[in-house]
Design a protein around this ligand. Structure first.
Ligand SMILES: Cc1cc2nc3c(=O)[nH]c(=O)nc-3n(C[C@H](O)[C@H](O)[C@H](O)COP(=O)(O)OP(=O)(O)OC[C@H]3O[C@@H](n4cnc5c(N)ncnc54)[C@H](O)[C@@H]3O)c2cc1C
Length: 500
């Protein structure tokens, strides 16, 4: 027999994390649990999260959201990957594209076979065999098609205005019974015996009580930290960027179907194309560059007119020591922060929501469940952390103190082990399920200039001549498919006219 579920859940915070949580719970719980969301318009939201990874399409599907309607409401565009400029070295440029490589060669993964072919000079760069990368570079777009052997490998995510997304999900959640309370929480009551959170006290004296609380209150962690004193694990010795200056700019030309991440002297600048504007921000280390210099660098690298004065956000890379503490789970910025280099924050919100549903609180919660929830949250954060650190560390740049620090710093042993394994025979360590898999790691390792010393011995049974022919035909099939695709701009125009 299952345990009886809790009856009243309260979410503190109405940013992307709060409304994504409310929407998913209202959909999944089918009215069995009352959900209240408290937010304060005065405090506001961070609202700069604009780029995502492909799993966001699953989240929208779970909510049964019409994708075209969502894109119209959020000024969204399609995203096929991220172009990295000047990371491995100044002048270095590569694309980390979404999607898969073909799986026709059955003895090993495509990436492994490619390692061997490349070593013998019989293959182009890995990205030459990615349909998603080819579409991105050509400014084209098409949705994947499971019945087509190549289009099946394509995958996409979105760029969107995060504030509009939160508003969209608010309408969705309220229509499904989520109660919204506007106002500032000024005090929190705890059970005098257990120490659990019992109620939020609003400015003006109203009380919002609940059995379980989801802290989506942003960086400060109003419940998880200020009330429960959970503690924060600081990773800034590996990820020294602690600020972002950001500004929207006017679009010049049709929106590109990918994010651009350009490395600068003390960090990197994002360029995220939306339908109505371009989002830009310089993520930097305040130890290595002043705010005035950072703003000048940001503005100096815009490719359209700035549409507002630049603003600054401060943060510290790391995670809350426990995502679930007492009767509170922290989701979003309240749970931790990893810079948006691989667009993972909104994704970490999504996976935390899935975990919350899988471990949904019962009247009597097992401590083992909570420990497992926390173990999985940590594993996921550390995985993303290592992937982001790789971009900084695998560089030959020695032009600034910032890059000298990143290139020579000690890295987590988990990442050092992955790099050693790759260097030996091009293999990637994988613990399932992970956000980034072989195709992601190989694109970045190779893009940043790390070369394996050999390849898996078993690949010598593969006939190189056959594979060479196959690779050549793959490239030409990709080229003709992409040639026939509509442009991304055309796709968005059709979407606005309701014809996509
Ligand atoms: C510079 C930067 C760039 C980013 N870019 C990306 C990106 O490209 N892709 C991506 O996936 N993510 C990105 N993120 C992360 C993304 O913005 C956040 O993960 C996401 O917006 C979730 O924020 P949140 O809802 O946790 O917090 P917030 O947006 O800060 O929301 C906090 C909420 O809590 C409420 N609140 C707080 N205290 C109280 C109180 N006392 N009483 C009542 N209400 C209260 C506030 O009113 C607000 O509604 C970026 C983050 C930063 C800092």
């Amino acid at each position: 027999m299952g345990q009886e579920l809790i009856r009243e859940l309260v979410i503190l915070g109405g940013g992307t994390a709060g409304w994504m949580t409310a929407a998913a719970l209202s959909r999944a719980l089918n009215g069995r649990v009352s959900v209240t969301l408290v937010e304060s318009e005065d405090i506001g939201t961070v609202g700069v999260g604009e780029a995502t990874i492909p799993a966001i399409t699953l989240f929208n599907r779970m909510l049964d959201i019409d994708e075209d309607d969502f894109l119209r409401a959020t000024q969204g565009t399609f995203k096929l990957g991220i172009e990295f400029i000047d990371w491995g070295d100044i002048g270095n440029r590569y694309m980390h594209a979404f999607g898969h490589f073909p799986s026709d060669i059955q003895i090993a993964s495509f990436e492994q076979v490619w390692q061997k072919m490349r070593r013998h000079g019989h293959a182009h760069e890995l990205s030459a065999y990615s349909i998603t990368r080819a579409a991105a570079s050509a400014g084209k777009f098409m949705r994947p098609d499971e019945s087509h052997p190549l289009l099946d490998n394509l995958a996409y995510a979105f760029h969107f205005d995060a504030s509009l997304y939160a508003r969209y999900l608010r309408r969705y959640s309220e229509a499904r019974g989520v109660k919204r309370v506007e106002g500032r929480v000024v005090d929190v009551r705890q059970d005098p015996v257990s120490g659990d959170i019992a109620a939020l006290v609003m400015e003006g004296g109203a009380v919002v009580s609940g059995e379980f609380f989801v802290d989506c209150s942003g960086f400060r962690g109003r419940l998880i930290e200020e009330v429960l004193h959970t503690g924060y694990e600081d990773w800034s010795h590996w990820l020294p960027c602690d600020r972002a200056v950001f500004v929207p700019s006017a679009s010049n030309g049709g929106p590109l179907p990918y994010t651009r991440a350009s490395a600068h002297g003390a960090g990197w600048q994002w360029r995220i194309p939306l339908q109505h504007r371009v989002g830009n921000g310089y993520v930097h280390s305040s130890l290595h560059v002043s705010e005035d210099e950072a703003v000048a660098t940001l503005l100096g690298h815009l490719d359209g007119e700035a549409l507002a004065a630049p603003r600054t956000l401060r943060f510290k890379a790391g995670m809350r020591r426990r995502a679930w503490n007492r009767n509170c789970v922290a989701i979003g910025l309240a749970g931790g922060f990893l810079e948006p280099l691989e667009s993972t924050s909104i994704h970490l919100v999504q996976t935390a929501i899935s975990r919350l549903l899988a471990f949904f609180p019962a009247q009597r919660q097992s401590l083992e469940d909570i420990a497992e929830f926390n173990r999985r949250s940590r594993q996921e954060y550390e995985h993303v952390r290592d992937f982001v650190i790789l971009h900084y560390h695998a560089t030959r740049r020695n032009d600034t103190a910032f890059w000298n620090h990143c290139r020579t710093m000690e890295i987590p042993e988990s990442l050092a082990k992955r790099i050693r394994l790759y260097r030996a025979q091009g293999r990637i360590a994988e613990d399932n399920p992970e956000i980034f898999t072989e195709r992601n790691w190989v694109q970045v390792l190779q893009g940043q200039g790390i070369e394996p010393e050999g390849y898996a011995a078993i690949l010598d049974v593969v006939d190189s001549g056959d594979i060479e022919d196959y690779l050549a035909s793959l490239r030409s099939a990709i080229a003709s498919l992409v040639e026939a695709m509509p442009s991304h701009g055309q796709w968005l125009q059709d979407l606005q006219r309701g014809q996509a």
